[in-house]
Design a protein around this ligand. Structure first.
Ligand code: ADP
Ligand code: GN1
Ligand code: MG
Length: 370
């Protein structure tokens, strides 16, 4: 387990020249991966200026230097596009705040890698789709993100997490964790293990299409859950895509699918009462509409046809990842209670079952907007 991020907070804060004097820092947000803090500063004029300070997860990211090169490259590129388009780049993309030494990140005395972004104020970050309109707004913004990066030089991006959405590899890792069963937890999750085994062939569907040249590799976000987008409080529009740690070559259907996985239902990702976990077709409908509008003609016919697969595979894969982490002792996803990763896995598999039951309707929705 990594040391608590609080250990080195003061040396990290000292490495940055903030707009004002630091008056406090507190844990912030509900991400599963990084240690995120909000830093509160006060300027000489008495204004409060906030920042997001993060220690990047050492379990997830082996090369923070490469990761930050990706983020600086992508945000610089987006900033240019937004400015050319007359937009407000400081709100519509993230900005990496340099350290006093001009570096994109800071390494503390324990080896932890940290970075700072100005806080994008007057925004909402949602943990679930509170209204269909807000979900639609997120869809447009993620679709637009795809469009804006369509000409980004993919070969300049590092693979920050190897085989991130390689579902076949996720399955293989699950099998290894199950064979090792190092904490003796497999006995608690026989139905979930059986579910994975019954879905083993599905894990190859998107990869087969990629290998066959039916689906193109693009620059994608790869972690498009609803709490990775900031929505303008005044306009209700999705304005800023955040959590760019996994921007790298990938499949557009996965960006679509991961948003559906997280947002097209009315329950929390770790809901224990599975009767409350139901795939919501109207939310799928509105997201599809928004994503395709935002992507504005970027996607091929084959990509559109595979969108339901994106939804099912991202949900299945995420469930497999939660189950693998549960079997391995919760070393990757942050947990706040025992069994939380198994609970998360169960919601994902319930959603996969729902999608399977509504497969033809999902295909019809996509067709309607294609
Ligand atoms: P993780 O990888 O752990 O999910 P994120 O980069 O998504 O970390 O950040 C966690 C949370 O912090 C987000 O869900 C959001 O609430 C908040 N956040 C991150 N960056 C910003 C920002 N620039 N402005 C405002 N809030 C932010
Ligand atoms: C993680 O970082 P966060 O909390 O936005 C994970 C995603 C999972 C998601 C499940 C880098 O997203 O892949 O889909 O949890 N991010 C990484 O909620 O592994
Ligand atoms: Mg996040």
């Amino acid at each position: 387990m990594a040391n608590p991020a609080e250990n080195t907070l003061s040396e990290v804060l000292a490495a940055y020249a903030f707009a004002g004097e630091v008056v406090g820092a507190a844990r912030f947000g509900q991400g599963h991966i990084n240690d995120t803090f909000c830093v509160y500063t006060q300027t000489a004029e008495g204004d409060c200026v906030r920042y997001i300070l993060q220690r990047m997860s050492a379990a997830a990211f082996k090369h923070p230097d490469q990761l930050m090169q990706n983020i600086v490259g992508v945000t610089d590129y987006l900033r240019d596009l937004i400015e050319k388009d007359g937009g407000d780049a400081a709100r519509e993309t993230m900005t990496v705040l340099r350290t006093k030494n001009g570096a994109a990140y800071f390494t503390d005395s324990e080896g932890g890698a940290w970075r700072v972004y100005p806080f994008v104020e007057n925004t909402l970050c949602l943990q679930k789709a509170e209204t269909p309109e807000l979900f639609y707004a997120s869809a447009k913004a993620f679709g637009n993100f795809q469009r804006m990066l369509k000409d980004y030089p993919a070969d300049t991006l590092f693979e920050t997490i190897e085989k991130f959405h390689d579902t076949e590899n996720r399955l293989a890792n699950f099998e290894k964790a199950l064979a090792a069963d190092k904490l003796g937890r497999a006995k608690d999750c026989a139905p979930e293990i059986a579910f994975v085994k019954a879905h083993a062939a599905d894990c190859s569907v998107a990869l087969e299409a990629l290998r066959a040249g039916r689906l193109p590799l693009r620059v994608t976000h790869n972690d498009t859950k609803l709490n990775n987008i900031l929505i303008d409080k005044d306009t209700g529009e999705g304005i800023c895509v955040i959590d760019l740690d996994t921007v790298m070559p990938g499949l557009s259907i996965n960006d679509f699918g991961d948003s559906i996985r997280f947002g097209a239902n009315h329950s929390a990702e770790d809901e224990r009462d599975l009767s409350k976990v139901n795939f919501d077709l109207p939310l799928f409908d509105i997201y599809t509409k928004g994503f395709l509008e935002g992507a504005a003609g970027t996607l091929t016919d084959a990509e559109k046809e595979y969108l339901p697969w994106g939804a099912k595979l991202m949900t299945l894969e995420c469930g497999i990842r939660f189950l693998t982490d549960y079997l391995e002792g919760d070393t990757y996803f942050k947990i706040h209670r025992d069994g939380q990763n198994l609970d998360r896995c169960r919601t994902q598999f319930k959603l996969v079952r729902d999608m399977e039951a509504r497969w033809d309707e999902m295909a019809a929705v996509v067709k309607k907007y294609s």
